[in-house]
Design a protein around this ligand. Sequence first.
Ligand SMILES: [Fe+2]
Length: 196
Amino acid sequence: MQNFEAKKFNIPALKGISAKNIEEHLKLYDGYVKNTNNILNEIEKLSKNLSPAEHVYAITEMYRRFSFEFDGMRNHEYYFASFEGGSKAISDGPLKKAIEKEWGSFENWFALFKTLAKTRGPGWAILYYDEISERLINGWVDEQHLGHLNGLKPVLCLDLWEHSYVADYQPSGKAQYIEDFFANLNWGVVEGNFKS
Ligand SMILES: [Fe+2]
């Protein structure tokens, strides 16, 4: 079976978020890649010469957890890649224009997205693009997978699990982590996601 490969990220020194925390966080990412592959390999093993009632609980439960592992892998790939190349402001290009069209101004969207990012509990704040309606849409995903919007393309993924910030900010420092995430963000990468 073909396995997913863990990507490598060239992450510069960041404001607020320590290299140690990034190192530990990348280990968690590797775990999502590993478990994505493990589930698919286990299902393949169990599905050899399968009769209808065989392994039904094992297989269905693995599929139930598959979206957690797969989306955990993909969400982190967007997150880590958005630090590569170092901090860069948003340009007056197509993404900023699309944000202004949807929310009136970049500042309006920014305030709204930072509010969304303060959702309680582990999950992700995501800016998506919907190719069908040609609109940008903000969304919240619980855990790694619950609430993803069908068919929409992630443009910007912000990890709000405590593992992404507690070692550097303490649990009460979530708001500062969100500010620092944006201070570290390479908007050029985010604009590239939107373009593609
Ligand atoms: Fe994470």
